[in-house]
Write a protein that binds this ligand. Structure first.
Ligand code: 5GP
Length: 205
């Protein structure tokens, strides 16, 4: 094994089409592993435990937090979410490429973890998926008709905050046209595989 795996952190506000883009990338790059997060929210239709998320009670989540099992964790829209170290660390050391779909608070925590841990530092790459404008995002969220006016405002304010953190990311993909954005994301992921950062010293020995 000459290389550690990459740790790909992808964020983007709700309504930006992030899940669609991530699914497209996962279909194209078959050896990319999705890190299954823990959450205290309830499963939606079509979601199953251990695949979409590990669905935990508040108590179970708190227990894992107290046991220092999370690489990062954050509260998003009244629920708690967290990435388990066990989903990430051994895998990247074993050369597997892991993708995290997490919010910007979580992304900042991974940046901080990278300051202390060279394995994470060499592996982590940060990508933000953004809408072409706040107006387009607001129209998309309003058009979904799935939230109350109050919920909608919380999501729009949260999105604006997340987008203002764009400088913590290495790459920005603007999802105006889905095909273009999917191609850009896949190209970024392919070039990440050619970075020298995670190649081990012994490569040419
Ligand atoms: P949803 O509940 O719609 O699946 O996700 C809501 C938000 O939580 C998304 O922005 C998603 O990226 C974020 N999220 C999902 N899992 C995690 C996680 O493990 N950590 C953090 N910080 N955010 C997460």
């Amino acid at each position: 094994m000459k290389k550690n795996g990459n740790l790909i952190v992808i964020s983007g506000p709700s309504g930006v089409g992030k899940s669609t883009l991530v699914n497209r990338a996962m279909a194209e790059l078959s050896d990319l592993r999705f890190s299954v997060s823990c959450t205290t929210r309830s499963p939606r239709a079509g979601e199953s435990d251990g695949v979409s998320y590990y669905f935990l009670s508040e108590e179970e989540f708190s227990r894992k937090l107290a046991n220092d099992e999370f690489l990062e964790h954050a509260g998003v829209y009244n629920h708690r979410y967290g990435t388990l170290k066990s989903e990430v660390i051994n895998r990247i050391v074993n050369g597997e490429e892991v993708l995290l779909d997490i919010d910007s608070h979580g992304a900042k925590q991974i940046r901080q973890a990278a300051e202390k841990d060279p394995v994470i530092k060499n592996a982590a790459v940060f990508i933000l998926i953004a809408p072409p404008s706040m107006k387009v995002l607001t129209d998309r969220l309003t058009g979904r008709n799935s939230e109350s006016a109050e919920q909608l405002k919380i999501r729009i304010d949260g999105a604006a905050n997340e987008l203002r953190s764009f400088r913590i990311y290495d790459y920005l993909v603007i999802n105006d046209d889905l095909e273009t954005a999917a191609a850009e994301l896949i190209n970024i992921l392919k070039s990440i595989r050619l970075r020298t950062a995670n190649i081990r010293e012994e490569l040419f020995q």
